[in-house]
Design a protein around this ligand. Structure first.
Ligand SMILES: [Zn+2]
Length: 307
């Protein structure tokens, strides 16, 4: 290995980096909600997903392949970036890249350069159980707060767990406990608040939600498309994700405000969905299918300067 080549280069190398995946969040919800905090500090882009479910989309993300805008390029302040993060091993792009990394993924490159990396949250794919895929295994430290294995996501115990969980689970505590909030840090959060069953603290599951949840669970198990869906499923689902995004936005503001006061470095804030979610469009329900509402995702990006 050539030791003269740094592990990290680019104009964003001296930033703290906060990546939040709002799992399953649809682009049309993101655009319609216009969340207060995110809209004030970032720009929303409509992007093409890199996968139609959690596993491939996160594998791509950690490998430096982010969803790209369907039109235009990323903007941070006055700077434009065709690519925000990219592997040095990728085909030469001859374009401005915010952060170039050397190594199998950006998480390991950041950590190997002596910087702080923390991951938290997690849908089922981040479960650290040895029998799980465990997307969090590339992190030196990952605080998993997601569902247990082999429990239905709408089992009362599981719904109760989800409703006790914040939309930004453990992130602030993780950095505080580690004593490394001064940075430079890379904080990754997979937020399950926007993922089925769309429950988090401040966004509880009501009794009236149960028939819709049971329908989605059955449809995504059957996977026999097209699926005959209730005419009001789409409005219900969009309503659930709308509330989830509002909770996420409020908690993000608290997190970023806190972290901003702990470091002299600017924060690159990147909030995106890994894939969308279908609520009956073209007969599809859930994700893991190649249909427009699953393959278009929101991506907000912006910089928060130190106080
Ligand atoms: Zn996902």
């Amino acid at each position: 290995m050539n030791k003269c080549i740094p592990l990290l280069t680019g104009s964003l190398v001296d930033y703290n980096i906060c990546i939040v995946v709002a799992d399953s969040l649809r682009y049309d919800v993101a655009e319609a909600v216009h969340p207060t905090f995110l809209s004030a500090v970032t720009t929303l882009h409509r992007c093409a997903a890199t996968g139609n479910f959690t596993l491939p989309a996160h594998a791509a993300l950690f490998s430096g392949f982010l969803p790209l805008p369907v039109r235009g390029i990323f903007r941070i302040g006055t700077q434009s970036y065709p690519r925000l993060i990219r592997s040095m091993g990728a085909r030469p792009a001859h374009k401005d890249v915010g952060l170039l990394f050397r190594g199998p993924n950006v998480i390991e490159a950041w950590h190997s350069s002596g910087r702080v990396v923390l991951g938290t949250g997690g849908v089922q794919f981040f479960n650290p159980d040895p029998s799980s895929v465990n997307l969090g295994r590339i992190f030196p430290s990952f605080v998993y707060e997601g569902p247990a294995l082999n429990v239905s996501p709408i089992d009362p115990s599981e719904l109760h767990r989800a409703e006790q969980q914040t939309a930004i689970p453990g992130a602030q505590d993780a950095l505080r406990v580690s004593g490394t909030a001064a940075g430079p840090w890379l904080l990754f959060v997979n937020s399950a608040a926007t993922h089925f069953p769309y429950a988090s603290r401040g966004n509880p599951v009501m009794e009236s939600d149960r028939p819709y949840l049971e329908f989605i669970l059955q449809a995504t198990r059957d996977k026999q498309w097209p699926y005959a869906t209730p005419s009001d499923l789409r409005d219900w689902g969009i309503g659930k994700q709308t509330e989830a995004l509002r909770v996420l936005d409020r908690e993000l503001e608290l997190l970023i405000t806190h972290l901003r006061g702990q470091s002299n470095l600017p924060i690159l804030l990147l909030v995106l969905a890994d894939h969308g979610e279908a609520f009956g469009e073209s007969g599809f329900v859930g994700h893991g299918v190649n249909t427009e509402v699953v393959l278009e995702v929101p991506l907000w990006v912006g910089e928060i300067l130190p106080n």
